[in-house]
Design a protein around this ligand. Structure first.
Ligand SMILES: Cc1ncc(COP(=O)(O)O)c(C=O)c1O
Length: 394
């Protein structure tokens, strides 16, 4: 094969690393069979009625491009869904866009607003896609370490981060319930953040609420309710309806923003898949509570994990949503997160993600995904107990 010189490539893309989660996964795959507590996706099948709707869409030749923003019935269903669930009011005609997963919603949002040299605030630890998309836009991520504030961004830390900059950031990306930490905000937190963020009217807020249907002991509050004019709310069906492979995301934003967002969305993908959109209409109308049985199962698994960690005296911030627990390495252990997880996978055949995959603020932690069967989680926790006991005895 002819050698392609590196200067051919876009330099931001060349500098991007393959996600550390993937790298870790590759490295430990030599130790199969493994119990994988690494996955960021539901282990449940898509609800049957949603699958049936997709079959019907195929059989009735619902096979053409939809309008750029998505089929109007889907936008109406989405608008109604977020109104019933989160008290949000977005006009389905002009303020809702169906995207190819939350991933494209994030890409569309960032590519629409960023110019080279812009700053974007990212609370850290973070979902690594945010960092990649900001860098692809030749903008600069500014990380705000949340490990000292129970992984919640606070008004104080936002103000401090901005004071140190020579210009106001173009955007801040918030993600509650959070990947990788599982923490989420309360209504009071949202109100207080909205108040602070409104003092920076030139800074947009991209609020990734993809885990909104997986909040355990409280109700999800959307930033769109309290800071509508500045916020792009991102959601989708990947986690709520166990539909990661279907690729359906949603953007909710005021028309002044969607007018520009639509140009990017159209250039990137034309429209989301028609079959998937048809299934999405079913999910968001007759399946508005499809997440409930899954949520109950996740909650039981979460309790199993947190109970096991407590018995081992491992510290973590109580996870209140999504399906992750972000725990500290045993104290005084001269080991990196990577080595801790690598050795565990090698000797005990259980894979968990080292915390540094989510930014520097994640070093010293490991992420357990409990989107796996309760049986596997129980076996994994027994093995973790043995591993930690062995390490402490060394
Ligand atoms: C915080 C967060 N945002 C967005 C996504 C991407 O979602 P989608 O599958 O809808 O593209 C994920 C997937 O794991 C996620 O964890």
């Amino acid at each position: 094969m002819t050698h392609i010189p590196t200067y051919i490539f876009n330099h931001e893309i060349r500098a991007l690393n393959i996600s550390k989660i993937r790298q870790f996964d590759d490295h430990v795959s030599a130790f199969e069979p493994l119990i994988r507590l690494t996955l960021g996706q539901p282990d449940f099948p898509t609800p049957q009625h949603v699958k049936d709707a997709a079959k019907e869409a195929i059989d009735s030749d619902f096979s053409f491009y939809t309008s750029t923003a998505g089929d109007i019935k889907l936008r109406e269903a989405a608008s109604k869904f977020v109104e019933i669930k989160y008290n949000l009011k977005y006009d389905p005609q002009t303020e809702v866009i169906a995207t190819v997963g939350a991933t494209e919603a994030l890409a569309t949002s960032l590519f629409t607003i960023l110019n080279p040299g812009d700053y974007v605030l990212i609370p850290s630890p973070f979902f690594s896609l945010y960092d990649s998309l900001v860098r692809m836009s030749q903008a600069t991520p500014i990380y705000i370490d949340t490990s000292e504030t129970d992984f919640l961004i606070t008004s104080d830390t936002i103000d401090k981060a901005i004071q140190n900059l020579d210009k106001i950031p173009k955007a801040i990306i918030l993600n509650y319930p959070n990947n990788p930490t599982g923490v989420t905000w309360t209504k009071d937190d949202v109100i207080s953040l909205a108040q602070t963020l409104s003092t920076y009217p030139d800074m947009l807020v991209i609020s990734d609420e993809i885990y909104s249907e997986l909040v355990y002991d409280q109700i999800h509050v959307s930033l769109g309710e309290y800071l509508r004019s500045q916020t792009i709310v991102i959601n989708g069906l990947s986690k709520s309806h166990a539909m990661t492979g279907w690729r359906l995301g949603l953007i909710f934003a005021p028309e002044s923003l969607t007018t520009e967002l639509l140009k990017t969305h159209q250039a990137l993908v034309t429209s989301a898949s028609s079959i998937t959109q048809y299934a999405g209409i079913e999910a968001l109308t007759h399946g508005i509570n499809d997440a409930l049985p899954m949520k109950q199962a996740y909650k039981k698994r979460r309790n199993t994990v947190t109970q096991a960690l407590r018995e081992l005296n491992l510290t973590f911030t109580e996870p209140k949503g999504a399906f992750y627990v972000f725990a500290s390495l045993p104290k005084d252990l001269p080991m990196t997160s990577y080595d801790f997880c690598y050795e565990f996978a090698k000797h005990f055949k259980v894979a968990m993600i080292p915390g540094d995959a989510f930014g520097d603020a994640g070093e010293g932690y490991f992420r357990i995904s409990y989107a796996s069967s309760l049986k596997d989680i129980e076996i994994a926790m027994d093995r973790l107990a043995q591993y930690v006991t062995d390490l402490r005895e060394q």
